[in-house]
Design a protein around this ligand. Structure first.
Ligand code: ATP
Length: 220
């Protein structure tokens, strides 16, 4: 893969998720990652969840609205709702291939995932093709193993791993960066469960998102 030091380009990152709901465990580590590797834009990509998988409690429009409320006024973040507009679900690799075509071959692109997603990445559709399209930036997440499940997967990780953030902007795709981001023990599952039990979620997600959840009567 050629490096192109004469034409430095800005690394653009995408962050997919169900966001049912979006919370500080998504936002804070990504903000820290942005400072760590020099990202000035992160595009959130809410997923279309296929019908055969457990469905989110909030519908697509509500999940999108919560993302919009969470990032309002924060210039680091943007949202791309293309997956939600599709009538059929698309695999992450397909969405990333489309975005790669739109941005051109030279644009450095990265896809952000949590450590838990890295550990199950080999179950994703055409997972090995992900690195042909983007880099992977991995957020630390408490409670998850820092080694892959099998020696083969660990070797795959080591083969592509870089500790040099500058490389991510010099190459369009192909590397894995394990970030040293703060570990926040927050999950959407916990938030939904706390709401079901009538417990408050004050420190877990932004106030405007909490207000929207209240108004819509979500996660009761
Ligand atoms: P759920 O509890 O419903 O499974 P979640 O909180 O894991 O949801 P998702 O929307 O499924 O949230 O996650 C989107 C991405 O964010 C995934 O790659 C996941 O690994 C990552 N992520 C979610 N919460 C954290 C966290 N606290 N720290 C680091 N990464 C996280």
């Amino acid at each position: 893969m050629p490096t192109n030091p004469e034409h430095p380009t800005v690394l653009h990152a995408l962050f997919g998720g169900t966001f049912d709901p979006i919370h500080y465990g998504h936002l804070r580590p990504v903000e820290a990652l942005a400072a760590e590797v020099g990202l000035n834009r992160v595009t959130l990509l809410p997923n279309h969840v296929p019908p055969h998988r457990p469905q989110p409690e909030a519908n697509a429009q509500q999940r999108l609205k919560m993302v919009e409320l969470a990032i309002a006024g924060n210039p680091l973040f943007a949202v791309d709702d293309r997956e939600l507009h599709r009538t059929t679900p698309s695999y992450t690799i397909e969405t990333l291939e489309t975005i790669r075509k739109e941005r051109g071959a030279a644009q450095p692109l990265a896809f952000i995932i949590g450590q838990d997603s890295l550990l199950t990445l080999h179950k994703w559709h055409r997972w090995q093709a992900l690195l042909d399209v983007c880099h992977l930036l991995v957020l630390a997440r408490p409670g998850y193993n820092d080694r892959m499940d099998t020696p083969e997967l660990q070797q795959w990780l080591e083969r592509h791993r870089t500790a040099d953030p500058a490389l991510l902007s010099r190459r369009p795709h192909g590397h894995i960066y394990l970030a040293d981001t703060p570990e926040l023990e927050i999950s959407a599952t916990e938030i939904r469960q706390r709401r079901h039990q009538g417990l408050n979620c004050d420190d877990l997600l932004p106030r405007p998102v909490q207000r929207y959840i209240e108004l819509q009567g979500l996660y009761r």
